[in-house]
Design a protein around this ligand. Sequence first.
Ligand code: PLP
Length: 432
Amino acid sequence: MPTLAERDHAVLWHPYTQMQTAPLPIPIVRGEGAWLQAEDGTRYLDGISSWWVNLHGHAHPHIARRVSEQLHTLEHVLFAGFTHPGAVELAEQLLEILPPNQARVFYSDNGSTAVEVALKMVLQYFHNQGQPERRTFLCFRDSYHGDTFGAMSVSGRGAFTAPFAPFLFDVEFLDVPVPGREAEVLAQLDALAGRSDLAGFIFEPLLLGTAGMLTYGPDVLDELLRRCHAHGLLCIADEVMTGFGRTGRLFASDYLTELPDILCLSKGLTGGTMALGLTTCTAAVYDAFLSEDRLKTLFHGHSYTANPIACAAALASLELTRAPACAAQLVRISTAHARVAHELQGQPGVRAVRHLGTVLAVEFAVESTTSYFSSLRDQLYALALARRVILRPLGNVVYLMPPYCTTDAELDLLYDTLRAMRQLVLNPVAAS
Ligand SMILES: *Cc1c(COP(=O)(O)O)cnc(C)c1O
């Protein structure tokens, strides 16, 4: 009898996976709290919230109950010409907690589609007002906004986008204003900002995930947004990863005084239960689409727009996120992270430590070649798995992004894994 992993290998094609060389996937059959249980009974601690989506733990009973009730009430209805309670209630509740200038919610399916909708809102905002020449986006050189073509176009160019390069639209890149480089990046913006073709600026606020958990400060972001606004650009905060408490506040935009015009949410939106994305905007953006002229309509939608089951999961997760117990968990995790950041900072083998809210990243010091580099990445990944911990290094950066229910003892398992990784970096196994 073939195992589940072998059956998988015969028929499936996994994301970001070189299927010829990848080891067989680990079959997971259950989840509870911060743990995932494999078919053979082995339990793994989910140190990265299953690709940044899980907030309150796996198979959370409260979310499960609400989703189950919804399944028996209304599973789906088309969202043009019809509506349903979950979609309305979720939008009402989100607008209560999002930056106060946000006025409208547009639903889609995932982070990439939330970004596509945001980009189309900006382009058509200018189109509807007779300024179609405003069509160029600004973005950060190392940013990641998703894998669809528009989202790829406003993301950093690299190995992942190389095969599609001729089909990505042109953008203007700014460097990430990491500490010490703020003035330089503001000058880069000033050199571009007078151009009449600029339409919008899209950014991951305060924390660039895929770039290696790069952090930068709210003051420079405020200043970038102020200068973009002064030139009439619309600013899009891609909070797909940073939303719902990851940075220590409910949204990374809560650290800002100059507010974005458009915001993208997904990942933690349903607590990691269902695929759902949404894009919110100000009344000014929304109003530019109101007209007797049907051609000014935002012609975008997906079959599963505002799926009621996904909305139920999001409402249930939001209840947990807004409870005082969750705020206490965020403080507890952030405080514990800060202690370990302090401990590891400046240690041999560690080039940099970055910490924001519930995210802790350690950039290990690696001298030499690419082959050594990628082999180290695989060794770090294997080291974590051998300790029954799921961490996926981004090159030489290892980060923790645990679900908020992760206990102090479980955090210690994650921290011990980081310490063991540092030892591995200091005493590497010879590169193959
Ligand atoms: C993951 C991510 C996306 C893409 O979301 P998907 O749901 O994977 O399409 C977009 N932006 C940011 C900042 C992300 O972290």
